[in-house]
Design a protein around this ligand. Structure first.
Ligand SMILES: [Zn+2]
Length: 187
């Protein structure tokens, strides 16, 4: 491919874990295409989510994540990326044309906080790895959620969360504590 101006990220999706979501929910099963974000990192032409030469602070990554989700020009695709703590608590998450928020195969060096959030589009976290927790107490997921093959080290907190359109959680691994009610269900 010819080199273009201020190029798009050169990342191509790859992941160590390849669990396919169960057929029970309507989420994509094909791998994500290329990355839609502009290059920000060195000679590899990687965006900040796929940077190999620079480390971007978690707050900058979160801000850029939210901007990208809202942007009508860019798909909300972060698949295979690397982020830190992602604080999405009490937010309403929509994309401009209803496309999924694609976090498949991401590495999160920290936690995803969806406490009190309303997610109106499919949330794809399949084959993601979180070193922290997945927090989603009182959250509402209007569209399907993909947690197939996801691993979470520090527990899952979904007390009073509502899944309106189902959840694929085959191969979902939680290293410590899973709390979907007021008491732990899985240790
Ligand atoms: Zn990228």
């Amino acid at each position: 491919m010819a080199h273009t101006t201020a190029s798009a990220c050169s990342y191509r999706y790859q992941t160590l874990s390849h669990t396919q979501p169960a057929d029970t929910v309507d989420v994509p099963r094909t791998d994500p295409d290329g990355c839609p974000h502009p290059a920000a990192d060195g000679e590899d032409d990687r965006c900040l989510f796929h940077a190999t030469e620079r480390e971007f602070p978690p707050a900058a990554l979160t801000e850029s994540f939210i901007d990208s989700v809202k942007s009508p020009e860019r798909d909300a695709t972060f698949a295979g990326g690397r982020l830190g703590d992602l604080d999405l608590s009490n937010r309403v998450l929509d994309t401009s044309d209803g496309e999924p928020i694609d976090l498949r195969g991401v590495t999160i060096d920290g936690s995803i906080d969806l406490t009190g959030a309303i997610v109106n589009v499919p949330l794809l976290l399949g084959n993601a790895a979180l070193t922290g927790a997945l927090e989603g107490e009182r959250s509402t997921f209007e569209a399907p959620v993909d947690l197939a093959g996801t691993s979470v080290e520090k527990g899952v907190y979904l007390h009073n969360a509502t899944f309106e359109s189902g959840i694929a959680a085959n191969g979902f691994e939680v290293a410590s504590l899973m709390r979907v009610r007021s008491r732990p269900l899985v240790r």
